[in-house]
Design a protein around this ligand. Structure first.
Ligand code: PLP
Length: 435
């Protein structure tokens, strides 16, 4: 299978290059030339499978020409080694809990898969120099990437985070790891962190002496495993004998990677009636759906920090998948909520339904309630465990919440960070010193 760049379809690459480079050299995003269509019988046969078996069956169908079967089997089984339960709510909707992995956010799935795949390619190329993975983060991406790549030989991870706006638990999840993970505290904003990384990718001198890559959702390897849990949701409904003919997914969106994966699953034959994209006040995609104009803006901080994106990176993939603004509107209903609405939704849902939504999941939960029509089955993707933002959640509901052991362990670790200004020269020197 070949992959082409969204900027120029003539620029193609094989999966190995796609995973190593992240962004295409022409600045576009890689997409597969085609996605296989799963026969109906294939979907029906999956209802007796476990999560890992199902994930492998579909991954093998998608990537069979790219990765040997036994290797892919190990990668998939290692990625999906935690439960992804589908919870039914008292409103008759469903919540797919994607947050039971190592850092308790859905990005564990994509980053783990990417790390394992990259490791496979690296072992086939012992001559490769160290691969430096650069990740700007407002919280969740840095922790998921760092934990997925921790200890991998031949890979070094730099996590750049804004000094003043990171939450303590999230910082502990990457800044205590050490080994091949360097936590870089930037005296600046999240946009500054993003700009530093983007400049590094474009810097000729850096790229001539060291190998740099990205592990954000511009990397196609993150999107493949994320398709699989949409199928898992469907299969679980079938197992529960729930009518899944008019299926609607509500997705909390930032860089639109998760939504892109859902659209890919639909293209492969998953019967989805509609997606609901839900943003916080950084509502660039919402504005696109309403007006047809895609206008990036500076990022605004919110209480759902993983949704703070002023320029959703996967936009071009969505346009390539759906073709036109009209078609986007047919497949996707868009919503956007501010902090007050997020707080209100968490409080109501907790008091009325005894379900604690984290701020990211809350936007999707609210939108589903507003958008779902009679006769439709709605699923909310729950992307983070509420305890990841423990203090905020306690303020919102006025009760204390327990910290899962998994998160508490990180807080016991010793924080070790490299402090830096927001200037590119400082960042470049740091990278060169470690090269
Ligand atoms: C990253 C993230 C999102 C947004 O996902 P995208 O693929 O960037 O749209 C939503 N919720 C949480 C908790 C996240 O960490």
């Amino acid at each position: 299978m070949l992959y082409h760049s969204t900027s120029n379809h003539q620029n193609t690459a094989r999966l190995e290059q796609v995973v190593i480079k992240g962004l295409a050299p022409d600045g576009g995003l890689y997409v597969p030339d085609s996605l296989p269509h799963l026969p109906k019988a294939f979907l029906r046969n999956m209802s007796a499978m476990t999560l890992q078996e199902m994930a492998y069956a579909i991954a093998a169908y998608t990537l069979n020409s790219d990765v040997p079967a036994d290797v892919l089997h190990d990668i998939v089984f290692d990625t999906f080694n935690f439960p992804i339960p589908l919870i039914s709510t008292s409103r008759g909707n469903y919540v797919l809990e994607l947050f039971h992995g190592p850092t308790m956010a859905f990005k564990d799935v994509g980053t783990r898969f990417m790390a394992r795949l990259l490791d496979y390619y690296r072992t086939r190329h012992p001559e490769w120099p160290t691969l430096n993975v650069l990740v700007p983060t407002s919280g969740d991406t840095g922790s998921a990437v760092a934990n997925s790549f921790l200890g991998l030989p031949g890979v070094h991870v730099y996590v750049l985070y804004p000094r003043d706006t990171i939450n303590r638990i999230q910082r502990a999840q990457f800044a205590t790891l050490g080994h091949n993970v360097t936590a870089v505290e930037v005296n600046g904003t999240f946009d500054d962190c993003k700009n530093l990384v983007e400049r590094a990718f474009k810097d000729d001198e850096l790229n001539s002496v060291m190998r740099l890559t990205s592990a954000t959702s511009i990397n196609y390897a993150r999107l493949v495993p994320q398709m699989l849990y949409y199928f898992w949701a469907y299969i679980q409904l079938e197992k529960m004998h729930v009518d899944a003919r008019n299926l609607v997914f509500a997705v909390p969106c930032s860089n639109l990677g998760n939504l892109t994966s859902g659209l890919m699953a639909q293209r492969m034959g998953l019967p989805v009636k509609r997606f609901i994209s839900v943003e916080n006040q950084n509502n660039i995609f919402y504005n696109y759906v309403k007006t047809g104009l895609f206008t990036p803006k500076p990022t605004q901080y919110s209480i759902a920090p993983a949704l703070d994106a002023g320029c959703p990176t996967n936009f071009d993939r969505i346009i390539e998948l759906l073709g036109s603004h009209d078609n986007v509107c047919r497949h996707i209903h868009a919503y956007s909520y501010n902090d007050d609405q997020i707080i209100e939704t968490i409080q109501h849902t907790y008091h009325d339904e005894r379900y604690l939504l984290d701020p990211h999941t809350a936007v999707a939960y609210r939108a589903l309630g507003e958008d779902l029509q009679p006769g439709e089955t709605g699923i909310v993707l729950a992307t983070a465990h509420p305890a990841k933002l423990k203090n905020l959640m306690e303020d919102i509901i006025g009760e204390s919440i327990a910290l899962p052991d998994q998160l508490a362990l990180f807080l016991d670790g010793k924080i070790n960070v490299t402090k830096m200004s927001n200037g590119f020269t400082a960042f470049k020197r740091l990278l060169l010193d470690n090269a």
